[in-house]
Design a protein. Sequence first.
Lengths: 327, 132
Amino acid sequence: MELTERVLQGDRRALARLISLAEDSEPGAKEDMAVIHSRTGRAHVIGVTGPPGAGKSTLIDRLAKSYRLLNKKIGIIAIDPSSPFTGGAILGDRIRMSELSTDPGVFIRSMGTRGHLGGLSCATADAIRILDAFGMDKVIVETVGAGQSEVEIASHAHTTILVEMPGLGDDIQTIKAGIMEIGDIFVVNKADRQGADRTEAELRAMLDLSDANPPWKPPILKTVASSNEGITELRDTIESHYGYLMQSGELGKLNRDRAKAELLHIMRNSVADSIQAGPNSRFEKAVDMVLARKTDPYSAAEKLLADYCTNAEKAQPFRAKMNRHKQ
Amino acid sequence: MAGRKIRVLIAKPGLDGHDRGAKIVARALRDAGMEVIYTGLHQTPEQIAETAIQEDVDIVGLSCLSGAHMTLFPKVMDLLRERGAGDIIVTGGGIIPEEDVPLLKKAGIAAIFGPGTPLEEIIEFHRKAAGK
């Protein structure tokens, strides 16, 4: 039986395998994703981001358990950084989710970033799709410990939760651009620690500075994930956000933006890849010309793109490459 | 970044709390370019087998210093086989008496790395076993 078919029939081993194929960009993975894509669109994607040590993994563990009480099926993608030097990684988010491992309604997958910046891994979008097609009601994505500009999660998730904790910087941090702008819900975790009220007040002040009457005003919740405090409220708030997205028509808009961004991303990559792999090492020659100061990068790129466009036959190296793999 | 990565699960089954060895091996495999899923202490064989499947690992490394290896290691092996994942390679490390090694190998444990095993040997084994 085909791997994708086994996935769609609920085979967990096949599900795990397919995520690996997508992650390793194995030949045939694109065809598999084509089958999978047609079966997606049901899952609510929840992104959880925030600095390292804020308690994202523990919060997700408790949140998933809370959703299990409602009999929701949960997919979790937990991302940790890969070494920029060796490509290796220690993926340790599962340490906080041990009890979920044996729940048949939960599937957890750890991923290394593998050189991808932005807080996610290169195959996160595919992994979300596969879990969606598998029938998960909620797909929760935990980003790497994020600093200020790891905001990519917002273009993959329907609901983005920014997890903060007391004692990290003053209120100037809250008005900086970047990660503070992407939260649909703010969580002050470890709220039993000193300074939680202040952190909450600073976040509130930041939110009050923005648009007076936004259609969705990001709520701020206090949680102590380790002792399960505030988790039910968080779950209910996530659900009201999802309800808002559906009623307001924002969900359709988000999905459209996401499809657009992904399409652009794939096109950019495949155009760049095929120009780089193009005939007569035209690309390498262009690099030489730029280095020798005989041309500039903008003109060289324009020339390469023009050649690429006029040469219709060679403009389909992507197909050709896939066929090569098959042989 | 394309290419097949070697994925390894390093797990501590049972009740012992000594994970220094497991962490050293995890770190060495990381530095050898592998993706190492580390699940922490006190895992049941069921949790380990299920994690190995979900993470689609090539190899599971079990570390045990409590003396319960003769029960725990084969149990993980059996659970993997039961779930159609008997092809995942299982290795063991920790304080394992010489006379237990042949019995564990008979139960399907591919290799035992006792104290003092050079890290290079462990890395080399993983590379060969994963065939990537």
